[in-house]
Design a protein around this ligand. Structure first.
Ligand code: LMR
Length: 322
């Protein structure tokens, strides 16, 4: 069987971590690209040398700044290109600048890797995936946004810590856009199979503590941006994207929360927003529509409305998207 080719479009902090994780998991051969001269080549060389110690079998190469041709024939493209926010900024503040980057990246994918499964990490996430799909001319099944796995991972981490149980036994789920309106779903989140409302009754934590964890999950990216001071999170975002890439390349059919294209599900048309979806060899093989109660529905709709206003802003900036 041919080795898979994984193209990393952007080789900053997330890109480097993506390459390391893809190497350690032996997902395929990795091509790194970046607009800053030397970065992709330097990181690829460093990681190729790390393979000698860790013993992973992956060929790593870095392209020069004219590097988009290097993604040719990729099976998976993971896009981190664009600008991260700084303390005090919202993800939405990046829309204008990162939309221009998505236009270039989309054209490159269209030209060189039209059959790839594309995972987008660039913010503001849901709107950028929506725009990238249009620029790249991809079918909805072949492009996804990373955020739901990340948001759910943050919620999982806080719950495990508060309950004092192994993170292995916590399953948390968030839906909605990757913004402050995201929807942590307590009824669908469990500790050892017990839904969170029952965990409160069992005394794992109080309702007030649970509410505080929901709030912290919603602003989880901003917490790290404020702590780092110079950029945004990279380990957990990279791990989240690799989970999606692995599910695609190994046809694992994992059901993961991710920004997927809605075409009628939840009554929503032509929008990318965080939902549960099954990822296998066919890409996004199914969007799973969960039954939401009135309160969850209202939160989800609010989150969708925020994403849709950003999509409208994209259309105004770039008439090609209208
Ligand atoms: C995150 O949630 O870590 C990313 O979306 C980066 C950010 O700006 O918060």
């Amino acid at each position: 069987m041919a080795r898979a080719k994984i193209a990393l479009i952007g080789s900053g902090q997330i890109g480097g971590t993506l390459a390391l994780l893809a190497g350690l998991k032996e997902l395929g051969d990795i091509v790194m690209t970046d607009i800053i001269e030397g970065v992709a080549k330097g990181k690829a060389l460093d990681l190729a040398q790390a393979a000698a110690v860790e013993g992973y079998d992956a060929r790593l190469s870095g392209a020069g700044t004219d590097g988009y041709a290097a993604i040719a024939g990729a099976d998976v493209c993971i896009v981190t290109a664009g600008v991260p926010r700084k303390p005090g900024m919202s993800r939405d503040d990046l829309l204008g600048i990162n939309l221009k980057v998505m236009e270039q990246v989309g054209a490159a994918i269209k030209q060189h890797a039209p059959n790839a499964f594309v995972i987008c990490i660039t913010n503001p996430l849901d709107a950028m995936v929506w725009a990238l799909r249009k620029f790249a001319g991809l079918p909805a099944s072949k492009i996804v946004g990373m955020a739901g796995v990340l948001d759910s991972a943050r919620f999982t981490c806080f719950l495990a810590e508060a309950a004092g149980v192994s993170i292995e036994d916590v399953r948390a789920l968030t839906l909605g856009g990757h913004g402050d309106d995201m929807v942590p779903l307590v009824r669908y989140s469990t500790i050892g199979g017990v839904p969170l409302p029952d965990c409160v009754k069992l005394g794992f934590f109080s309702q007030e503590q649970l509410d505080a964890m929901i709030k912290r999950t919603r602003s989880g990216g901003g917490e790290i941006v404020a702590l780092l001071g110079t950029g945004s999170a990279f380990y957990a975002p990279a791990a989240s994207a690799i989970a999606m890439a692995e599910s695609y390349l190994r046809d694992k059919k994992r059901m993961l929360p991710c920004a997927a294209h809605l075409d009628g599900e939840y009554g929503i048309k032509d929008t990318y927003v965080g939902v549960s979806a099954i990822i296998g060899a066919g890409g996004i093989e199914k969007v799973v529509e969960l039954a939401l109660d009135e309160n969850e529905k209202a939160m989800f709709e609010k989150s969708v409305a925020s994403v849709q206003s950003l999509i409208e802003a994209c259309k105004k900036i770039s008439p090609a998207l209208a």
